[in-house]
Write a protein that binds this ligand. Structure first.
Ligand code: ARG
Length: 576
């Protein structure tokens, strides 16, 4: 059920019938103020301009031709030529009944696209840190949303699993194994990496071995390959634990690391040279892009192969974009990386378009985001100034939530507190990130995110349990709600209208890749439910019809909250 699409179709038909050219758009939007109705048509003015007609005159004509049947109770022209549409509460009630009986909250089936989502992308032999949090959870919300709508989503975890550092890491793993230290050090990847680096810097024999291993690894030497595999597997097994704790849907099967594209790299460089796009410059192979100029106004060079023959992050991303189109059959590719990689991606995409590797019809989108800042407004760090390990952050979230819940519920069994602490703690951390417009930096603040008031996970999770408890307390079974919905109170109608706008929120998130739109929607919904709950007696309505109707509104609210939170990757509980 998508009211906006429904109205757009009808108004567009009327516009065309009124003589507007076929490329005119009704531009139906949710109205910002109640006095402008529920929806407003913004497209009449520009259509009138094209027709050379006074806008209000066109609006009159559209109004005469507009066939909204029982959808609207009132339609009026406002200002220079807006049309305001007021929905009919009887129609709304019927729609709620339809949605309640439909699967998936009555969300319209889409024409499925293959959508690749590049997110998380940690690095091998390194611990995941806060820098990976935003990509991981925002990307996952996008994946869940697009999948819910019916798209074929391919999760691509572009793990940093290649590079010259692997010689050093293999040499160190070997050393540890020889000294019978088994793989112990790998449970602390930071320590492992630091030690490897230390040997590399201080022990020339070790360094020479490390350099030889890089060459061997690149040449496909089975021993080096095996050691490399081990490093990747151990890292990703650890990361998988973090994904599971985070309730993130990534699995080990979604790893499509940088190494996957190795075999394609020489061919890409040769092809770009043959196409005249890449040239040799000071020993390196470079693509000059007119659209990117240096400070002297000369086209900027993007290196795709170094003087020593080595390939770069850029070369890999060229191959990767090509692969996602050619091999995975992507219609759309969304990249969730922070804003510092924007220019890099723009350059890569400019090259893949020029080379014809990815046609314009396939959209390549950088869904960038800002940084997580500490309370001091500086990049989020440990007290000692180090990078914050993601697993430590999760521990802290759960611990804080546990204390909070125990404080509020002195009699709750310890087992339940532990379970709730995870759902609330992790949920709070994720939600605080998801609820902010992703393009800006944001301040990471435990107290704000764990508050039970405001646009937070605990508030949303609590709102959900409150509705569930209405049903539990009264011992009501959903299947007993058989009478058709009736509404007369303004609070009922406001809630019903918002409930029917769930799909509009979903499609906006799907289009823009911005989960905060869903957060705002759910938050408003919870607020409307609160007012409804305060003003309308749910269980003691004037009649059985009213009682059932209100229960139905409550039921759909709980389903919508649960499903909406689920598209964000936020868990709910039945009691808290
Ligand atoms: N591993 C990279 C990092 O940690 C992010 C990879 C993003 N994806 C891509 N296709 N370049 O910064």
């Amino acid at each position: 059920m998508n009211i906006q699409v429904l109205l757009s179709d009808k108004v567009n038909q009327a516009l065309i019938a009124a003589g507007a050219p076929a490329d005119c758009e009704a531009q139906v939007r949710q109205s910002a103020k109640a006095q402008f109705g529920n929806y407003q048509v913004n497209g009449v003015m520009s259509a009138a301009k094209k027709l050379g007609m006074p806008p209000r005159q066109l609006a009159e004509k559209v109004l005469q031709l507009l066939e909204l049947g029982d959808i609207a109770s009132k339609v009026e022209i406002a200002g220079p030529g807006f049309i305001n549409i007021f929905l009919n509460s009887v129609w709304l009630a019927g729609q709620i009944d339809l949605v309640l009986n439909a699967p998936e909250l009555g969300v319209t089936a889409v024409e499925p696209q293959t959508i690749v989502i590049d997110y998380s992308a940690p690095n091998v032999a390194k611990e995941m840190h806060v820098g990976h949090l935003r990509s991981t959870i925002i990307g996952d919300a996008a994946a869940r949303t697009l999948e819910f709508l019916g798209h074929n989503v391919i999760r691509a975890n572009h793990v940093g699993d290649w590079g010259t550092q692997f010689g050093m890491l293999i040499a160190y793993l070997e050393k540890m194994q020889n000294e019978n230290a088994s793989d112990m050090g790998l449970s602390d990847l930071e320590q492992f990496y630091r030690q490897a680096k230390k040997y590399y810097d201080e022990d020339s024999e070790f360094a020479a071995r490390a350099r030889a291993y890089v060459v061997k690894l690149q040449g496909g030497d089975p021993y080096c390959q095996k050691m490399w595999r081990k490093l990747v597997d151990i890292t990703m097994a650890q990361n998988q634990l973090t994904y599971n704790r985070l309730n993130v849907t990534l699995t080990e099967g979604d790893v499509m690391g940088e190494s996957l594209y190795n075999a394609m790299l020489p061919g890409i460089v040769a092809d770009l040279k043959a196409k005249g796009l890449a040239v040799e410059s000071e020993g390196a192979i470079v693509v000059f892009l007119d659209e990117y100029q240096n400070k002297d106004g000369e086209p900027m060079g993007v290196i795709i192969q170094k003087k020593d023959g080595g390939y770069l992050y850029t070369t890999t991303d060229l191959a990767c974009a090509k692969y996602r189109y050619e091999t995975l059959g992507a219609n759309r590719v969304l990249y969730y990386t922070d804003s510092r990689q924007h220019q890099h991606l723009m350059q890569v995409w400019a090259i893949v378009r020029k080379a014809g590797y990815v046609p314009e019809s396939v959209s390549l989108e950088h869904h960038l985001f800002g940084m997580m800042l500490g309370k001091d407004g500086k990049p989020f760090k440990t007290r000692a100034g180090g990078t914050v390990k993601l697993s430590d952050l999760l521990d802290e979230a759960i611990e804080r939530a546990g204390k909070l819940i125990a404080g509020k519920n002195p009699h709750m069994p310890a087992k339940e507190i532990t379970q709730l602490a995870r759902v609330v703690g992790i949920g709070a951390m994720k939600y605080s990130d998801l609820s902010k417009s992703r393009t800006t930096d944001y301040i990471f603040d435990w107290n704000n995110m764990l508050a039970f008031e405001g646009n937070t996970a605990p508030y949303m999770q609590y709102a959900y349990t409150r509705i569930v408890s209405v049903f539990k307390r009264a011992g009501i079974d959903e299947s007993s709600l058989t009478l058709p919905l009736v509404m007369s109170e303004e609070h009922e109608i406001a809630l019903a209208t918002r409930l029917l706008q769930f799909e509009e929120a979903l499609t906006a998130v799907a289009r823009e890749g911005t989960p905060h739109i869903m957060c705002s929607y759910l938050y408003e919904l919870a607020g409307l439910f609160s007012s409804f709950y305060e003003h309308c007696q749910i269980l003691n309505g004037d009649s059985e019809a009213v009682r059932q109707s209100r229960l139905k509104l409550a039921l759909l609210t709980s389903r919508t909250l649960k499903t909406g939170l689920d598209t964000l990757g936020i868990e709910t509980v039945e009691r808290m």
